[in-house]
Design a protein around this ligand. Structure first.
Ligand code: SER
Length: 317
């Protein structure tokens, strides 16, 4: 059985659907609330529970033979800054509750990490960095993610877990919006534009971090998890598809929605995070070890996925 914690979230629901389509339909969900009608189709069983409650997490493992875990339950970066102690509880204690509940060996464990683990200094924004550069986070979410990467790799040996992790940046879905992230401006701006609404952006127009669309993120998780262990040379990889500035996104949007109006109301805290994160990731490790290559570049992401699918999504509602 596959366990997905945080299954109601953006990645969780998209991943459950794709795993189900791929024939991996023994999926168990775990989240604070029950799944919606759409998600229900793809899962066998669901547990309503809090990841910080060790008993609730343990029960899932006692009741079922879990062979694969996707531990996605987390508090994102902007929300984490509002209450760092609570973020630590969910992101670190929650992670440990899952690891501690594992009752078999050789279990496959996927953990989504983040570019929030990086803190660039000086002019490093222009460098294409590798995974071991600048791992010195200045935010609670990045600290939590980096620590879980480390202890996940530690428990790989101590508890015989097959621990694999991807550092994501911004992910843009046509079917949902992120909650409490710092990269939220891109998906919010695009969803607003397609609904003929204007948008107030909380970071400057030259802000630049990597992004990818949800289908590429889900494929990356599945491909990494399907790769033979002997090919994998590290526990953690970072990946991206394109690196647009806010201005690039705006220009793309107005080429489709000329009436779209963008104004700025800068949030200094969120701007500081974006400025400290890399704009370009050197992806040679992921490319070499498990053949990572995104299917959608910036133009394709808009023309073949975001605009048509978001339009369809709001029409159906
Ligand atoms: N998308 C995440 C956030 O903004 C970063 O990986 O919190």
């Amino acid at each position: 059985m596959i366990l997905i914690t945080g299954i109601n979230g953006e990645i969780g629901s998209a991943l459950a659907k794709q795993l189900y389509i791929n024939g991996k339909n023994e999926i168990i969900g775990f989240d604070l609330n029950g799944p919606n009608q759409n998600l229900k189709k793809y899962i066998k069983k669901h547990y309503v529970g809090d990841i910080i409650n060790q008993k609730s997490v343990k029960k899932v493992f006692q009741d079922n033979k879990i062979t694969e875990i996707y531990h996605l339950a987390a508090i994102l970066s902007s929300k984490g800054e509002e209450d760092p102690f609570f973020a630590h509880k969910v992101n670190v204690d929650g992670f440990l509750n899952v690891v501690q509940s594992i009752n078999t060996s050789n279990i496959k464990f996927f953990f989504p990490s983040s570019i929030a683990v990086y803190h660039l200094d000086g002019n490093a924004k222009n460098i294409s960095i590798i995974e071991d550069d600048f791992c010195n986070p200045n935010n609670i979410y990045g600290c939590n993610k980096l620590y879980c990467e480390k202890i996940g790799s530690y428990f790989e040996i101590f508890k015989n877990i097959d621990f694999r992790s991807l550092r994501f940046s911004g992910i843009i879905s046509a079917y949902s919006l992120p909650q409490g992230g710092t990269s939220d401006y891109a998906p919010e701006m695009i969803h607003h534009a397609v609904q003929n609404k204007n948008y107030t952006c909380f970071v400057r127009e030259d802000s630049c971090i990597p992004f990818m669309i949800m289908p590429d993120a889900v494929n990356a998780i599945i491909n990494l998890m399907d790769t033979k262990k002997s090919k994998i040379n590290r526990n953690v990889y970072h990946i991206q598809a394109f690196s647009p500035t806010v201005k690039d996104i705006y220009e793309k949007i107005i080429s489709h929605f000329p009436k779209f109006n963008l104004v700025y109301d800068i949030n200094e805290k969120r701007q500081k995070l974006i400025d400290s994160w890399p704009a370009q990731l050197n992806q040679k490790n992921a490319e070499q070890d498990w053949g990572w290559k995104p299917k959608f570049n910036f133009d394709d992401a808009f023309e073949k996925y975001l605009i048509p699918k978001i339009k369809e999504f709001y029409k159906r509602r």
